[in-house]
Design a protein around this ligand. Structure first.
Ligand code: ADP
Length: 590
C-alpha cells in the first residue's frame, strides 16, 4: 500500500535521522572529551620529563660544562621510549636533541610555535608532522630563563585508538542504536497498520458501505475512540440524509401538485428546483418555448424581479423577526393575468412564485363593474320615487287625484326596485351559493304550463299564441323555482319585445344519455346581430328605454343563462332565418 509505505517511511526516516544525529553528537562529545583527557595526560608526562631534564641540567651544570651528550643517559630513564628530548638556548640554537647526533646540522628553533609560545608564557605546545619521522608529534616546550627544554611524543589520540580504548562505551552506543532502531521499526509498523486500518475504515464510510459491522482490530486506544466517533458521526449523517431525502421527496411531490408555479434559485441565479407549472407559466408569458427556469431572467416581464435581486445583492439580510424582503406584482398577458412574487431568503437564495390569477382578476373586474352597474340601476327608480314624493310634499293644494297619480307612479317604481333587488339576489344566489338550491327529478311540462298560466292575461293582451311540444316523460334533474324563472324570463321577454300577434314555441328537440335539448323561439323581430353576443351580460339591454318601459331589469337573460349552467347545461341564442329569436339549451337528465 502506497499510503502505508510513504507514511511509515516518513516517520521512520524522521526518527532515524534524529536518533542518528543524537548518537553522532554523543560520540563526538565523548571523543572530544577522551582526546582532551589524553592530551592532558600526555602534556603532564612531557612536563615531568622537562622538569627532570631541567633538574638534571642544573645539577650537572651542563650549560657550564657544555657536555650536552651526557643528557643521553636520561633517555633510559624516560617513561616513554620514543620521547624526543631537545634543549634549545635562548637564541633558538639546538644544543641537544635525543633523536639527532649532530645538532649543528639543525636549523634555528626559535620560530617553532611551541618555542614562540614558551618565550612569552613560560610554556607552549604544538601538534604537527615531524619532518624527520613523518609522524604526528605533540611538541611541548618550557622556558627555564636561560634555555628551553622541549619534549615531544607521538601524538596518537585518533578515533581508532579512541574506539579501542572506549570499546565498552562504543558497544553500548551501538547496542542502544540497534535497540532504538528495532523499537522504531516495530512502533512505526504498528502505527501505520493502525492508520491503514483507519484509512480503510474511513474509505468504506465514504463509499456509503455499512461500517458499523466492519471487523476492525481497533483496540481501546485513541484509534478505537476515533473509530467509534466516525461510526457515530456516520450514523447521524445517514439519518439526517435519509430524513432530508424523504423531506425533499415530499416537497417535490407537493410542488408538483401546486397550482402555483414555483422555482428556487441560488444567489448566483442558478436554478435549484422548479415545478412544471413554473415552466408552463414562463412559456406563456415569454411566448417562447423556454425549457429552463433560468430563462426567466431574460424575459422583460420579469425585469422587476432581476432589479429587485440585484438591489438586494449587497445588502445584509439578517433580522429573522422582520419579514424577508419580497416584491409582488401582476403581469397582464393578453387575456391572462399572472401574479408574480419574489422572496429573498437569509442565505440570499430566492424563490419566484407565479400564479395564474386570470379568473379571480377577471371576476374582480366584473364585480367592480357590477357594483357600479347595480348602484346605477338602483339610482334610477330611487330618484323617481324621490321626485314624485317631493312633488307631493312641495306642492300645496295639489288635487287628490293628482296626488294619487304621483303615489301610483312612486309605487310602480318601488315595485321595479323590488324586482331589481329580487333579480340581483337570485343571480347572486345562483353564482355564489348554487349548492343551496335543491335539485330533484322534475317533470318539465307542468313547470312550463305554470309559466303560461301565470302570464295568461298578458299573452292575451298581446294576442299571442304558443305551442308546447314537451311530453310528460321529460324529467330533468332540476330546481323547480329556477326552471320556472328560466321560462318566465324567456316568455316575458317575448311578450315585451316580440310585438303583437306573435307565436311562442317550446319543444324538446333531442335527447341523449345525459341531456334533454330544448328549443325556445318566438316569431318576433329578433335582435340585431351586433347585440347578440352580449345579451346574456348583466344589465345589457338592446334598447334601454324600451326595457325600462316594460319594467325590465336587464338581468333576465343573465338569470336564464346562469340557471341553465347550474343545471350543467349550455345555452346559445340566434336569430331564426325566417325571423324571430331562438334559444337552444340543454338540461341534464335525472
Ligand atoms: P330586460 O330586463 O331588459 O328584458 P334581458 O336580459 O331579459 O333584460 O334581455 C336583454 C335584452 O335582450 C332586452 O333588453 C331586449 O332588448 C333583448 N331581448 C330579449 N329577449 C328578446 C326577444 N325575445 N326578442 C327581442 N329582443 C329580446
Amino acid at each position: 500500500m502506497i499510503v502505508q509505505h510513504t507514511f511509515r517511511r516518513r516517520i521512520f526516516i524522521n526518527f532515524f535521522v534524529v536518533f542518528s544525529l543524537f548518537t553522532l553528537v554523543v560520540l563526538a562529545y565523548q571523543h572530544d572529551r577522551e582526546k582532551s583527557y589524553r592530551t592532558g595526560q600526555l602534556e603532564n608526562t612531557l612536563d615531568n620529563i622537562s622538569e627532570i631534564t631541567h633538574r638534571y641540567i642544573e645539577y650537572k651544570k651542563i650549560f657550564e660544562s657544555g657536555d650536552f651528550k651526557s643528557l643521553d643517559s636520561l633517555k633510559t630513564l624516560l617513561p616513554i621510549a620514543e620521547t624526543r628530548l631537545t634543549v634549545i638556548d635562548m637564541s633558538g640554537k639546538v644544543v641537544y636533541d635525543s633523536f639527532v647526533a649532530d645538532v649543528n646540522t639543525m636549523e634555528n628553533h626559535l620560530q617553532r610555535p611551541e618555542v614562540q609560545k614558551a618565550l612569552y608564557s613560560e610554556k607552549g605546545s604544538s601538534i604537527r608532522l615531524s619532518a624527520t619521522t613523518n609522524q604526528k608529534f605533540y611538541y611541548y616546550a618550557k622556558n627555564y630563563k636561560n634555555y628551553f627544554v622541549r619534549t615531544a611524543d607521538v601524538y596518537n589520540v585518533d578515533i581508532v585508538k579512541f574506539l579501542n580504548t572506549g570499546r565498552i562505551f562504543f558497544v553500548f552506543i551501538v547496542f542502544l542504536f540497534l535497540l532504538m532502531w528495532s523499537m522504531l521499526h516495530y512502533t512505526t509498523r504498528r502505527l501505520s497498520d493502525f492508520i491503514t486500518n483507519l484509512k480503510d475504515f474511513a474509505l468504506k464510510a465514504g463509499q456509503n458501505e455499512d461500517i458499523s459491522r466492519m471487523n476492525s482490530n481497533f483496540q481501546d486506544n485513541e484509534l478505537g475512540v476515533i473509530r467509534r466517533q466516525i461510526i457515530q458521526i456516520y450514523d447521524k449523517l445517514k439519518t439526517t440524509k435519509d430524513e432530508l431525502a424523504s423531506d425533499r421527496e415530499k416537497l417535490y411531490g407537493h410542488l408538483q401538485v401546486l397550482k402555483e408555479g414555483i422555482s428556487i434559485f441560488s444567489p448566483e441565479k442558478r436554478k435549484i428546483l422548479a415545478n412544471s407549472h413554473f415552466i408552463q407559466f414562463i412559456n406563456m408569458i415569454s411566448e417562447k418555448s423556454t425549457i429552463s427556469a433560468e430563462h426567466i431572467f431574460a424575459i422583460p416581464e420579469f425585469g422587476k424581479v432581476v432589479e429587485f435581486i440585484d438591489q438586494n445583492k449587497g445588502k445584509e439580510i439578517q433580522n429573522q423577526n422582520k419579514e424577508l424582503p419580497q416584491i409582488e406584482y401582476t403581469i397582464e398577458k393578453g387575456e391572462k393575468y399572472f401574479h408574480v412574487r419574489c422572496i429573498i431568503f437569509l442565505d440570499k437564495s430566492f424563490e419566484v412564485l407565479i400564479s395564474d390569477v386570470t379568473r379571480p382578476e377577471k371576476q374582480r373586474l366584473l364585480k367592480q363593474q357590477l357594483t357600479s352597474n347595480i348602484a346605477h340601476e338602483l339610482k334610477t327608480p330611487l330618484s323617481s320615487i324621490k321626485g314624485y314624493l317631493e312633488t307631493i310634499l312641495n306642492s300645496e293644494n295639489i288635487p287628490a287625484i293628482k296626488q294619487k297619480y304621483f303615489l301610483q307612479k312612486a309605487f310602480v317604481q318601488s315595485e321595479r326596485l323590488t324586482d331589481l333587488l329580487n333579480d340581483i339576489s337570485l343571480l347572486n344566489n345562483i353564482e355564489d351559493a348554487g349548492g343551496l338550491f335543491e335539485f330533484k327529478p322534475l317533470m318539465m311540462r307542468p313547470v312550463i304550463n305554470d309559466v303560461f298560466e301565470n302570464l295568461k292575461s298578458r299573452l292575451t293582451d298581446k294576442i299571442m299564441s304558443f305551442s308546447i311540444d314537451v311530453d310528460n316523460d321529460v324529467v330533468v334533474n332540476g330546481n323547480e323555482s329556477l326552471l320556472f324563472s328560466v321560462f318566465q324570463n324567456l316568455v316575458e321577454n317575448s311578450i315585451n319585445y316580440s310585438g303583437n300577434n306573435t307565436t311562442i314555441s317550446i319543444r324538446k328537440y333531442l335527447e341523449d344519455d345525459k341531456y334533454y335539448y330544448f328549443q325556445y323561439s318566438d316569431t318576433g323581430a329578433g335582435i340585431s346581430e351586433e347585440h347578440l353576443p352580449r345579451i346574456f351580460e348583466r344589465f345589457y339591454r338592446v334598447d334601454y328605454g324600451r326595457s325600462r318601459e316594460n319594467g325590465g331589469t336587464g338581468l333576465g337573460l343573465s338569470i336564464v343563462k346562469n340557471a341553465v349552467l347550474l343545471h350543467k347545461g349550455e345555452i346559445s341564442v340566434r336569430n331564426k332565418p325566417e325571423g324571430g329569436l331562438e334559444f337552444l339549451f340543454s338540461l341534464s337528465k335525472k
